[in-house]
Write a protein that binds this ligand. Structure first.
Ligand code: MEV
Length: 320
């Protein structure tokens, strides 16, 4: 075979971002319609003995941050070679068509890395198990985020909402009827900078770290119960409380705060920043499909550059 393909998709974090880096649980939903598709094609090797594998990312720009940092892909490839015995004298072009917007906290770096790993494995005829794919994506993510919990590496390949804690994944099967409206603030943020900002904040304040992790853990645990019980108001209140925690750490922006306020004013049960922060997206809860459409309109009027609606169900049933 001369070419291979791999696919992944975006994700949104409902609760627990940043705290998850310190061992707290976090909840994420897949965004199936924001896809990353990679094609790996065997090409003639350059005469000068240069790099055997090249990566190109195609997709909506401009980029706030490159989705796959050069060091990250090198690390990922080194691990790929180790895991598969992939030979150095094979030359490959990998092109990733990435519809996941960059720098918006929607998992573009993990989705690109996952799609690329799967395309390379497909080209070489390797059937990689889930743990190996996770490890290879994490090799890139640890460079992209500085320190990555692993939630993006998992959620960008999952069919279901996931509860993630310290590398342990629980796929949630829920009949929760609520919808999430994701609203792009139009300004990108760097997850790496955000993770570093939090690290520095906690470096000399162990108590602040403990409090943040414990409060975020409580909110995520409560949200799992809300989802089981279909408690829209309860879940919404926890989302907004989680926003305040992230805001207190300096991870929100004026634009994001305005969008959160607009969502709440419009009757959303709860809203928050989602993902790394310092820009990016807001995630706001809505009841049914009609309420979600209406909330999306309100958020665009309040300055969101685009909105998406994500249900809390398995992927197979939410390609609608
Ligand atoms: C980024 O989507 C989520 C963070 O918690 C970083 C991570 O978990 O790797 C900010």
């Amino acid at each position: 075979m001369d070419s291979g393909t791999g696919r992944a998709h975006g994700k949104a974090i409902l609760l627990g971002e940043h705290a998850v880096v310190y061992g707290a649980p976090a909840l994420a939903v897949p965004i199936p319609f924001l896809t990353a598709t990679a094609r790996a094609t065997r090409v003639p090797c350059p005469d000068d003995g240069g790099e055997g594998i090249s990566f190109t990312i195609a997709g909506p720009g401009p980029a706030a941050s490159a989705p796959l940092p050069g060091d990250g892909t090198r690390q990922m490839l080194a691990e790929f070679r180790e895991a598969t015995g992939f030979s150095d004298d094979l030359c490959v072009d990998v092109v990733v068509d990435c519809a996941v917007p960059q720098g918006r906290g929607l998992g573009s770096s993990a989705a690109c890395a996952r799609a690329a790993v799967l395309a390379l494995a497909d080209l070489c005829g390797f059937g990689l198990d889930a743990a190996t794919v996770f490890r290879l994506v994490q090799a890139s993510e640890n460079v992209a985020h500085g320190r990555a919990s692993g939630i993006d590496a998992v959620a960008t390949g999952s069919d279901s909402p996931v509860l993630f804690r310290s590398g342990v994944v629980q796929e949630l099967s829920t009949n929760f009827e609520g919808r999430f409206v994701i609203a792009d603030s139009g300004v990108g943020g760097s997850t790496k900078e955000a993770v570093e900002l939090v690290r520095r904040r906690f470096e000399h304040d162990a108590q602040a770290k403990e409090e943040f992790v414990s409060r975020a853990s409580g909110l995520t645990g409560g949200a799992v119960r809300d989802l089981e019980q279909g408690d829209l108001a309860g879940l919404g209140a926890r989302l907004t409380e989680n926003h305040v925690l992230l805001q207190e750490l300096g991870l929100s922006t004026d634009r994001i705060d305005r969008l959160v306020a607009a969502a709440l004013m419009a009757g959303s049960p709860g809203a928050k920043i989602s993902g790394g922060g310092l820009g990016g997206c807001v995630i706001a809860l809505a009841g049914g499909p009609g309420a979600a459409e209406e909330l999306g309109r309100t958020l665009r009027e309040a300055g969101a550059t685009r909105t998406w609606i994500v249900p809390m169900r398995r992927l197979a049933s939410h390609v609608d």
